[in-house]
Design a binder for this molecule. Structure first.
Ligand SMILES: Nc1ncnc2c1ncn2[C@@H]1O[C@H](COP(=O)(O)OP(=O)(O)OP(=O)(O)O)[C@@H](O)[C@H]1O
Ligand SMILES: [Mg+2]
Length: 445
């Protein structure tokens, strides 16, 4: 993409009403525009990051054997009356009436709708286990929408639902989700720690939240500092293996890590050496639940078991805050100049800065670089504007592409361009071909 033809409405001034750094940087970098309280348009740069986050979530869900579907945003109130949540959900539920006076709602989550789909088609234990998920916009009429996309009213969520014959099978589904979530966040370059949490309105005894530690997080958390040393890495996992998934759950959840809702100071003091006791703030980027037969009992979702008897299925639901993650990624990756995207989610793989626009040799080298990267499947944002070098660098630093290639007449006389890491600020001179090869190596293409 040539910047001269792109739509990147960066702001010079810091928006006054944005309280936290990710919100400020998303506005300044032209990623989002507020449409109304807690509701945002995603501008090209922001939309690219959102799509990359979404893509990683899709890939990891499908790797775990979960099947994508797409359910609508608007739901019939009747389904929610069956579960009892139409009245119970409270003010966050946006209730809508259509022209025929039918009660509708904008879905804050989809347990009822997925259970209805399930009961309409599945009647035998032979069709289990089954996990369906979708990535769809949700609406919750939050009392205080704030922090930009981190606490919106309309937000993008991945929500998945498992259907199993027994509690044991459903707990395997729970563990499978935990493992797939660990992989998902790590691929984005984020550490999200599973912590014991509270069931809330979805209900249930087994639940973990995934938290990214950040000063601006809305949750208060308590943990054994040893949990921050754990990484999933590139280990192979068989998602069908009950033992493997259980072992990973134990590895990642046996040490103390809880949100304030479940924190127990006595257990904390008893089990965690004092020098490892940490309290901090965290951003909730996901949550998994097992809630048994709560919805299958209420809505009559049963299958015939091996012995011919009808059994209400055991279920769980599992969410990832896709749009919130874009904000969380910035909270965890920025400096005073702007965003620093991890390679896994960056909107462009590299930026190209032309120091002398209109100089034939410099323009040609930039074109060669741009085309060479494209040939490897790498997308560059080429700053071909007639601007001062300082302004071009400031824009690149603000939007946070992890690698910048600077091309100017002085370097080209020596046959080199400069490759700079946004994270370390370190630069290295090399030929155009070497820069293309280096970036291909970094991105593993
Ligand atoms: N208002 C929101 N704006 C953006 N993302 C949200 C919002 N509410 C929830 N999410 C994301 O969706 C995920 C799954 O939804 P869940 O029902 O667990 O949310 P929640 O526990 O009600 O969130 P919170 O406690 O932050 O209000 C959350 O972990 C979070 O990442
Ligand atoms: Mg939650």
């Amino acid at each position: 993409m040539r910047l001269s033809r792109y739509f990147l409405p960066v702001l010079k001034e810091t928006p006054a009403d944005a309280q936290i750094v990710s919100h400020r940087l998303m506005l300044r970098a032209g990623m989002i525009k507020q449409a109304s309280a807690g509701i945002y348009s995603w501008l090209p740069l922001g939309y690219k990051v959102l799509r990359r986050v979404e893509q990683i979530v899709h890939e990891e869900q499908q790797r775990a054997g979960h099947i994508p579907v797409l359910m609508p945003t608007l739901q019939s109130a009747d389904l929610w009356r069956e579960s009892g949540r139409y009245d119970a959900y409270g003010e966050e539920l946006l209730r809508i009436r259509d022209r025929h006076d039918r009660d509708m709602l904008y879905g804050p989550t989809n347990e009822e709708m997925i259970t209805d789909i399930f009961r309409s088609y599945v009647s035998s234990y032979r069709d289990l286990p089954l996990t369906l998920y979708h990535i769809q916009w949700k609406f919750r009429d939050e009392r205080r929408p704030r922090f930009g996309v981190m606490r919106g009213r309309e937000f993008l969520m991945k929500d998945g639902y498992n259907f199993d014959l027994t509690k044991e099978d459903a707990l395997h589904a729970y563990n499978r989700h935990l493992v797939s979530y660990l992989r998902t966040y790590e691929r984005m370059g984020l550490q999200a720690i599973p912590m014991r949490a509270d069931g809330g309105p979805i209900g249930g005894d087994y639940t973990h939240e995934f938290l990214v530690l950040a000063e601006t997080g809305e949750s208060e958390v308590f943990y054994d500092s040893a949990v921050t040393d754990l990484t999933f890495g590139d280990r192979e996992i068989d998602y069908d293996s009950v033992d493997q998934c259980q072992a990973i759950l134990e590895e990642f959840t046996s040490r103390y890590a809880r949100t304030d809702e479940t924190h127990d100071a006595a257990i904390f003091d008893r089990d965690v050496p004092s020098e490892r006791q940490k309290s901090a703030r965290g951003i909730e980027v996901g949550q998994i639940f097992y809630f048994g037969t709560k919805y299958s009992d209420a809505m009559g979702a049963a299958v015939q078991g091996p012995d011919g008897k009808q059994v209400n299925v055991h279920m769980g639901s599992h969410g990832i805050g896709v749009s919130r993650l874009v904000g969380a990624l910035i909270e965890a990756n920025h400096d005073d100049k702007g965003i620093i995207w991890p390679e896994g989610v960056t909107p462009f793989h590299a930026g190209i800065v032309n120091l002398r626009q209109g100089d034939a040799a410099t323009d040609a080298a930039c074109d060669e670089l741009y085309k060479g990267l494209a040939a490897k499947g790498l997308e560059a944002l080429y700053d071909d504007r007639d601007e001062r070098a300082g302004a071009k660098f400031a824009t690149m630093d603000l939007i946070g592409l992890p690698w910048r290639v600077t091309v100017g007449p002085r370097g080209l006389e020596k046959g080199v361009v400069e490759l700079t890491s946004r994270r370390t600020g370190e630069s290295e001179e090399m030929s155009v071909t070497a820069a293309i090869d280096r970036l291909a190596q970094i991105y593993g293409v």
